[in-house]
Design a protein around this ligand. Structure first.
Ligand code: NAP
Ligand code: F7E
Length: 327
């Protein structure tokens, strides 16, 4: 039975990936941080066969202990401070977790595997935020990185450190440059879930307005359930490598909002929107669109869920969640 250790198992991607690996017959282990983490119950209910290990990406010995106890064939490093807007407010914490945490995990794997560092395959959750002020359209694996936030800078560090461990120690370490991916499990601080929750509440008469920042930003949005499949595929290759994972389509935040309202039959959506500069960022990533041709060719990966279906899935899930709370 293959085994895997997932950092960030309580997050959106961690849950989908753990479900995928359990379905594939893996012995799945997850790193869980903090005292009395409120998401422990959720993981245990959803994934009763998964073993949780206490640990934190900033605490190297806890990572070594988790590796010793789980003894995984594959490590998926998904743990991060992942909210871009927050990364300006806590840049040092973001650097400790999202940048240095990657080094800690790579080094822990290297120490754990001794003289055979390729024995454990490693996945790093890199991000399209690394492209920032984009230097190519669409963005691909060789596009110059120009991050625009402390989060983006931290991800660039983790990305190059992963490549460096592959080149220095022969580790099977791959980096997935994933563009935005969403789902009904997306954290409510991210724009898509903020919108889907608000639209559901407005539709059901529980909320009157939706307060937003920059509606002009454009993102390449896919479904998280599709994207975790790409992570797994990367670690099944003979050679480790880096891959862009994206839909190849870009849409504005405005389009997302408009479609979400349309899904519940509201066409005059603009009357519900209030602009608040509080949600603007010190530096914005204006447009992202990814070129996934390498992943499609080498991994045979393509997204299954399109933009309109993604918006509908998220709004429907939030309407149903509120209604089920009424029963
Ligand atoms: P998420 O929902 O925000 O999950 C982040 C995870 O990291 C949570 O499980 C969190 O644990 C954990 N974490 C935070 N600080 C930690 C620490 N100090 N030690 C150990 N774990 C810690 O993020 P996601 O959307 O699933 O994304 C997964 C990964 O992919 C992240 O690295 C993210 O930066 C990256 N990524 C995401 C996207 C996207 O569009 N979703 C795109 C590209 C890259 P708690 O639950 O305890 O807070
Ligand atoms: O913002 C604009 C905002 O916070 C998307 C993370 O998973 O994907 C995510 O980062 C856009 C930005 O995601 C609001 O200015 C407008 O242009 O949903 P977001 P993100 O910053 O793209 C990348 C790939 C990651 O790696 C990250 O971990 O939406 N926007 N108004 C708003 N954004 C938010 N959050 N809230 C607003 O009210």
């Amino acid at each position: 039975m293959p085994s895997a250790l997932i950092t960030g198992i309580t997050g959106q991607d961690g849950l989908y990936l753990a479900e995928l690996l359990v379905a594939k017959g893996y012995d799945v282990h997850g790193l869980i941080r903090g005292q009395n983490n409120p998401k422990r119950d959720l993981v245990e209910q959803l994934l009763p066969t998964v073993t949780l290990h206490n640990g934190d990406l900033t605490d190297m010995s806890s990572l070594l202990r988790a590796l010793r106890d789980a003894d995984p064939d594959e490590v998926y490093n998904l743990g991060a401070v992942s909210f871009v807007a927050y990364s300006w407010e806590q840049a040092a914490l973001t650097t400790d977790v999202t940048a240095k945490g990657v080094l800690n995990m790579l080094e822990a794997v290297r120490l754990h595997t001794g003289d055979d560092p390729s024995r454990v395959r490693f996945y790093q959750a890199s991000s399209s935020e690394m492209f920032g002020k984009v230097q190519d359209v669409p963005q691909h694996e060789r596009t110059l990185l120009w991050p625009r936030s402390p989060y983006g800078v931290a991800k660039v560090f983790g990305h190059y450190m992963t490549i460096n461990y592959r080149e220095s120690y022969g580790m099977h370490a791959s980096s997935g440059i994933l563009f935005n991916h969403e789902s009904p499990r997306r954290g409510p601080e991210f724009v898509t879930r903020k919108v889907s929750q608000a639209v559901a509440r407005i539709h059901l008469g529980l909320q009157e307005e939706l307060v937003m920042g920059n509606l002009d930003a454009e993102r390449d949005w896919g479904f998280a359930g599709d994207y975790v499949e790409a992570m797994w595929l990367m670690l099944q290759q003979d050679e480790a490598d880096d891959y862009v994972i994206a839909t190849g389509e870009t849409h504005s935040v405005r389009e997302f909002v408009q479609l979400a309202f349309a899904h519940v039959g509201i066409d005059d959506w603009e009357r519900y929107i209030r602009y608040d500069p509080r949600f603007m960022r010190p530096a914005e990533v204006d447009q992202l669109i990814g070129d996934r041709s390498k992943a499609e060719q080498a991994l045979g990966w393509k997204p299954k869920v399109g933009f309109t279906d993604l918006v509908s899935m998220m709004v429907t899930a939030d309407v149903e969640a509120i209604r089920s709370g009424w029963k």
